[in-house]
Design a protein around this ligand. Structure first.
Ligand SMILES: [Zn+2]
Length: 491
């Protein structure tokens, strides 16, 4: 029963490569390269990128640059050409902060003191100022002041000289045009600046996620704390945290000052580099067809990670050493392939994603190939822990998607899901959105069916929570799917 569809998809796959009489030969060539893609090698790439010397690949830092140079070295070794006027690097401005010490966070309620433990109870702020704040606490919900939306989290409270307790997010979650009005208020940077404008002395963020996508403001010290601590602070004040969150989500303003005996002391040590720069790593394979080579398919994913706090690195293995390693696996295959892509292929390892999508924004504004000649951008983020794939956008770009679907059905046999592109009205959360907004058809690839826990932005995001065999299959899917698009309608 399975033979007929299998044979049909095999024929479709082979028809992409315009093989008739030499059908077997070209198929063999393709499969030789396909089978050369190795999970062992790809895992090795993530092991390299997660190594301590790169200190979590914080965009802008010298250690990020060292990781970028290592990747460029791989491109050079495989004969992949520099794509930016003879250079593998595309530079842009990228301020960052170094966090040489874990600092300290102490909560006290009268005589009771609780010194928080790293990383389960607190994380130092990636862009905190250096110094110590010791003050009473005020809950400010989302920390938004939006007069045109008749909304102000600060309207009933005085935060001058106080430490605010802040939530991420906005009081609207439906993805529609109303959401667009709230977008400017969804940025961490906005919330920090608004807090300082209201005179706050410091801040504790209620989400325990290391996040360089914030802003270093002179004198503004902050840290992330666990939901458990927030629960305690609320109950010490005779309040119910879950109830307060519900009010907030209903559009109410539950802001209030905690008890006079309740204080937080945050000590932070950081070093700010306001004039730093970072880069995308760009390598290309020029198409073999004299006309079609003007068109390009982009395969990209962010190279940067969450950096290092004190002596503790965030290896950023799944997010996104895995995506970069899959791309390298595919790049090596394309470079050694006897079947040549007729359209050009650009590999872009993106910087500054964790800081606020800097690298993809820079590329969209300074593209290396004309946007109109860019057939597809496929973005990989967190593609290394699971048993299946999700490739977004296939129901919108059916003609592009079928190449991946066919390859999967014929040779890879993983669960492959897709959807239609939906316009995103909120804060863009992925590099893919910068390419899509520039007018490039864009797919995002990630793994589904996690085998191991996902330690998102956490020191435990190491190579031991990756499934190498799905990474091999991701690189194989890229190789066959992108080759199909590169050679469609060619000679
Ligand atoms: Zn990521």
């Amino acid at each position: 029963m399975k033979i007929v569809p299998f044979a049909a998809s095999l024929l479709l796959l082979l028809s992409m490569f315009h093989v008739n009489a030499q059908e077997k030969t070209d198929k063999e060539k393709l499969l030789t390269t396909f089978h050369s893609i190795s999970s062992n090698e790809i895992l090795g790439y993530v092991e390299e990128l997660s190594a301590p010397q790169y200190k979590g690949r914080l965009s802008g830092s010298p250690e990020y640059m060292a990781a970028a140079e290592w990747c460029a070295g791989k491109f050079r070794e495989w004969g992949i050409q520099p794509a930016n006027n003879g250079s593998y690097f595309q530079f842009f401005k990228n301020e960052y902060s170094e966090v040489p010490s874990l600092g300290e966070v102490i909560y006290s309620n009268g005589d009771n003191k609780r010194t928080l433990k790293f990383p389960d109870e607190y994380l130092p702020g990636s862009n905190s100022a250096s110094g110590t704040v010791d003050a009473n606490l005020v809950y400010v919900g989302y920390g938004i002041t939006a007069p045109e939306l008749d909304y102000d989290d600060y309207k009933n409270v005085d935060v001058k000289g106080k430490i605010i307790v802040l939530e991420s997010g906005i009081p609207y979650t439906k993805n529609d045009t109303t959401m667009a009005k709230w977008t400017p208020y969804a940025y961490h940077r906005y919330k920090f600046r608004n807090a300082v404008k209201h005179g706050a002395a410091g801040m504790i963020y209620t989400n325990l996620t290391a996040n360089p996508n914030t802003v270093n403001i002179d004198g503004f010290v902050y840290a992330h704390v666990s939901p458990d601590l927030i629960g305690q602070i609320f109950s010490d004040a005779g309040k119910d945290y879950a109830e307060t969150q519900k009010q907030l989500q209903n559009g109410e303003i539950p802001s209030f000052a905690f008890g006079a005996g309740q204080k937080i002391k945050i000590t932070a040590q950081t070093k700010y580099f306001p004039d730093a720069r970072s880069c995308n790593v760009v390598g290309m394979i020029e198409g073999s067809d004299p006309v079609l080579k003007e068109e390009v398919i982009i395969i990209g994913g962010h190279l940067d990670g969450q950096g290092q706090l004190g002596d503790v690195a965030f290896p950023s293995a799944l997010d996104n050493g895995s995506g970069v390693a899959d791309i390298l696996g595919a790049a090596k295959a394309f470079a050694s392939s006897e079947i040549k892509p007729e359209r050009s292929i650009l590999f872009i390892l993106i910087g500054g994603e964790e800081c606020g999508l800097y690298g993809s924004k820079y590329y969209a504004e300074n593209p290396l190939f004309p946007i109109t000649k860019t057939r597809l951008m496929i973005n990989l983020d967190m593609v290394g822990n699971g048993t299946g794939f999700f490739l977004t956008g296939g129901k919108t770009y059916v003609d592009l998607y079928r190449h991946f679907e066919t390859a999967n059905e014929a040779w890879i046999h993983r669960k492959l899901q897709t959807n239609a592109v939906t316009k995103n009205y909120g804060r863009p959360r992925s590099d893919a959105s910068n390419f899509e907004n520039a007018g490039i058809p864009t797919f995002s690839l990630w793994t589904s069916g996690s085998v191991y826990p996902v330690y998102y932005h956490h020191p435990k995001d190491k190579t031991d929570v990756l499934t190498p065999e799905i990474m091999e299959d991701a690189a194989k899917l890229l190789y066959l799917g992108v080759m199909g698009i590169a050679n469609e309608g060619g000679n």
